[in-house]
Write a protein that binds this ligand. Structure first.
Ligand SMILES: [Zn+2]
Length: 116
């Protein structure tokens, strides 16, 4: 790995090429038919990381695959999660990070936190 500094591309520039947004924080996607019935789904972030998949069957399914891949690549620093209330089960409250989708479980009796 070279340690080149990459200048992130602007949001405007990204959506021009990858108009599907709002699926994964910082990632942009596009879906196009390259030949009869053959689709390519591509995703990229502003730092030039990319993912692409081809299908003859179901472009939505491969888009979902690309989204799952992009999600794994998004990692927050431990103190940078953006917690959002997700669910409450008995004495446990569950929060989900809006950015990396990590879940935090807080035991309301002990105050103990765990992650999954
Ligand atoms: Zn996070």
């Amino acid at each position: 790995m070279d340690k080149q500094t990459v200048t992130p591309r602007s949001h405007k520039e990204m959506i021009r090429e990858y108009p599907i947004t709002g699926l994964v924080e910082g990632w942009y996607f596009r879906q196009r038919e390259v030949s009869n019935g053959c689709y390519v789904v591509e995703g990229s972030d502003a730092y030039g990381r990319t993912i692409s998949r081809q299908t003859r069957a179901d472009p939505d399914a491969v888009l979902a695959e690309c989204v799952a891949f992009a999600r794994q690549s998004v990692q927050c620093a431990p103190d940078q999660h953006d917690w959002e209330f997700f669910d409450g089960i008995a004495n446990v409250e569950v929060f989900e990070c809006r950015i990396c989708r990590l879940k935090k479980l807080v035991d309301l009796k002990t105050g103990r936190e765990s992650f999954e």
